[in-house]
Design a protein around this ligand. Structure first.
Ligand code: TYC
Length: 114
């Protein structure tokens, strides 16, 4: 008589390979959280001023700055860079201060990256 022996019975305890997978711990890669810095659109800040902000505080080339400014103008906002918390905070403060000193309502914000 031929006996058929399945490799695993339903009641078999999980193999060590299976339990290993379940107990594997996530490797801890120590990456600091990063923050997106965004410009928001408004109806009053001149386009040239936004381009200047992007060039001056984000080191973006003129043509790229025009592109980003137009994205903000059309879509309402755009991410202009991703930085560590301290750098992001500094960029936001620099942009907000520069806008205020020039009496433009331009808004710059930061948000933690997922
Ligand atoms: N919407 C502004 C205008 O028409 C231009 C603008 C672009 C303002 C980007 C803010 O973040 C901004 N003058």
């Amino acid at each position: 008589m031929t006996r058929f022996t399945p490799p695993f019975l339903a009641d078999d305890p999980p193999s060590s390979e299976e339990t290993d997978i379940l107990t594997q711990t996530k490797p801890k890669t120590q990456r600091p959280p990063m923050y997106k810095v965004m410009l928001l659109n408004d109806d009053y800040t001149p386009m040239e001023f936004v381009v200047l902000v992007l060039e001056r505080f984000f080191g973006i080339t003129h043509s790229q700055a025009v592109e980003i400014m137009l994205t903000v103008h059309k879509k309402g906002l755009a991410v202009v860079g991703v930085f560590s918390f301290e750098i992001a905070e500094t960029k936001v403060a620099q942009v907000m201060d520069f806008a205020r000193r020039n009496q433009h309502p331009l808004q710059c914000t930061m948000e933690k990256e997922d």
